[in-house]
Each structure stands twice: as C-alpha cells, then as structure tokens.
Ligand binder design. Structure first.
Ligand code: SF4
Length: 357
C-alpha cells in the first residue's frame, strides 16, 4: 500500500509556501520561481532533559522567523505575562502558527509552560540543541531513518491542523499493521512514567491522524483553509512530468490534493492494529526495550481537547504540578519560569501557615 507513486510524503515535500494564499510575502504571490523554501525540518529535543531526543519533521518555519523577530522585540524584554497582556491574539496566531506538530502536543503533556517558553524564547532552547548528547541522538535517529519509512500524517483535531511524521508503518509477522516509533535515550534506562505518557500521546495522535486520512475524513477544504493554500496554483513542470509518467493528468495544486485524498481513501489501507515504541541507547544504538502502547481513544481525545484549548486562547498556559517539580531541574527555563516561582511562593506560604497553626 505504501508503493503509491504520488504519496502524501511527496506532497508534503513540496514547498507549500508556493501555494499559499498569504500575501504578507509578495514574492510568494508573484509565484517567484527562485523562492527558497521557508519551511524547515524539525529536529527537536523533547525538552525533557538531555536524556532523550525525539525527531520529527515539518515544524513551522515561523518558529525560525520568530527567533530574530523576538530577539529584537522590546516586548520580549518584559516578563512572559506582560508580553501576553500586550498581545490579545490567541496563542496560535501570536506564534504565527497555521498548524501544530504532533510533538508540540506531546511536549505539552510534559510541560505546557515549557512549550510556551520554547516559542517565546527560542534562542534559549536552541542552546540545548547544540548539546553534544542531543546531536548524537539526532544523528542516530537519522541513521535509523534510512531503514524506516517516515510517513507524514496530518489533519484537523479539535479545530487545529496537526502534522506529524510516523517513524515506521509496516505489517508485523501476524499480518497486522504496526506503527513504530523510535526514541533514543542518553541513558540505558526506560523513560519515566511522565515521559512515557507523552510518548503514548504522540503515537496515539499519529494513529488518529492516519486513520482519519485513510477513512476519507480529511478533505481538501480543511487542508487549504488551515494552511492558506491556493488550489488554483499551477504545478511546477517537475511534478507534471512525474504525474504524466505514472499516468495521472493533473494541472493544479488542487488536482494534486484531490488525487492524494482519493488515493488514500480508495487504497484499501487497514487501520493500525498495534503501536510500539522502541527505546534505544544512543551511545551504541542497542535496544533498551520495546513498549506496546494500547490505544485509549477517550483519553487521547480528552487530552487533545485540553491541550488545544490553550492554543485557541481558551485558557492560560500551565506549568507542572508541584508533584512533578522534579521536571524543572532539567528545564532550560527554570531560572525565568514564572509558574515555577509562583508555585514555590505558594509552597512557602503554605509551610508558614502550617507552622503558625
Ligand atoms: S521550570 Fe518547570 S514549570 Fe517552568 S517551564 Fe520548566 S518544567 Fe515547566
């Protein structure tokens, strides 16, 4: 089933900016053939300490843009709360996001406040990306990438467009469709329960997205609406030649989307039966162990509802609970985190009150 000539992976490999309806960048609307892609490939650490590295793709280019904008923005010099008060836009708009990546959502399961700081102050998190252990993890993941099929999955969840890349999708020895995710770790140990929870959410979202795609629940309007794409935009000659070679007559980006969606719906692809996460030790690529994840639809949907409500501006970002304050020890933003400070003050006041009793 994965042998389609025009795959969704190929579609995402297109420079979507060329089909964008956004005119803030006039060169795109003029169809400048010399335009260089502004879409970046995400190579991210999870923000869960340097023990673990997760790779994914299709992170928003706007993140990169925001780095330079924010570094020179005087508002960024104030506290996070002050910045938010200045800016009445919902977080998705404030961070210039047309879509979220699955890793954005799984990171939220670790600490939402950390995700926000990562976007508001990306130059701090970029320092972490330079840490050798993180680089080593990324390299290992890429090396494994040659052996696996990195399948893009995308669609609308809770009114937000979400994009992810499944490490591997294949049939296992029982003939079941198996979704596999690789996680590299700096220590030869299993992750904590909190890390596992975030990983479970990640693969479960992949399954949701994938199944909506193959069941025909994803439609062209959803894609073009969220990504601000122009369906009437003519395709480049390379794509036209490729399409003709494999027997398709398409002219516009909209034709290509129609073809992709039809292909997905009628390819008779089964649902994912099993989800597995393989943990590898990054120093020697040995397997630490494999975790079978059971799909708990109600849990995934309620998590998605909760996390998306932040992006839609329905609530403020929250940091970790006091029981999980240990997460702050490995956090890049611990020194400036207002959430952490407020929790520490709360705890001090509680202690004082208890002493006075
Ligand atoms: S210091 Fe703690 S609460 Fe604050 S962003 Fe980091 S992990 Fe989250």
């Amino acid at each position: 089933m994965m042998q389609r000539e025009l795959s969704d992976a190929e579609l995402l490999a297109l420079d979507l900016d060329l089909f964008s309806t956004d005119c803030e960048r006039p060169e795109l609307c003029e169809g400048d053939a010399g335009h260089t892609s502004n879409r970046s490939t995400e190579s991210c650490c999870t923000g869960q300490g340097t023990a673990e590295v997760t790779c994914s793709a299709n992170e928003q280019s706007s993140n990169q843009q925001n780095v330079s904008e924010q570094e020179s923005d005087p508002l960024c010099e104030g506290s996070s709360t002050k910045r938010r008060k200045w800016d009445a836009r919902i977080p998705l708009e404030r961070f210039g996001r047309k879509y979220l990546s699955v890793t954005d959502l799984s990171r939220q399961a670790w600490c939402e406040q950390q995700v926000v700081y990562g976007m508001e102050l990306p130059h701090i998190q970029q320092l972490r990306d330079e840490v050798p252990v993180v680089k080593a993890g990324s390299c290992l993941h890429l090396a494994r990438g040659e052996l696996v099929r990195e399948l893009p999955v995308f669609g609308e969840l809770e009114g937000i467009f979400v994009v992810g890349v499944v490490d591997e999708l294949c049939y296992n020895s029982k003939g079941e469709l198996e979704l596999r995710e690789l996680k590299t770790r700096g220590q030869r140990t299993y992750p904590s329960a909190a890390q596992k929870r975030s990983h479970h959410l990640q693969v479960s979202i992949y399954k949701l997205l994938f199944e909506a795609m193959i069941k025909g629940q994803l439609n062209k309007d959803t894609i073009t609406h969220h990504l601000h794409l122009r369906t009437e935009q003519p395709l480049g000659s390379e794509i036209l030649v490729h399409a003709q070679k494999v027997g398709f007559t398409i002219n516009t980006f909209g034709d290509l989307l129609d073809l992709m969606l039809l292909n997905l719906t009628y390819a008779d692809i089964p649902s994912v039966d099993t989800m597995k996460i393989e943990y590898c030790y990054q120093a020697d690529a040995s397997v630490i162990g494999t975790e079978v994840v059971s799909f708990e639809e109600e849990w995934v949907k309620s998590e998605l509802k909760h996390y998306s409500s932040f992006w839609k501006g329905q609530r403020e970002a929250t940091g970790v609970d006091i029981e999980e304050a240990w997460k702050c020890r490995s956090c890049d933003f611990a020194d400036i985190c207002e959430w952490r400070q407020s929790k520490a003050e709360e705890a001090t006041q509680k202690n004082r009150a208890n002493q006075c009793k």
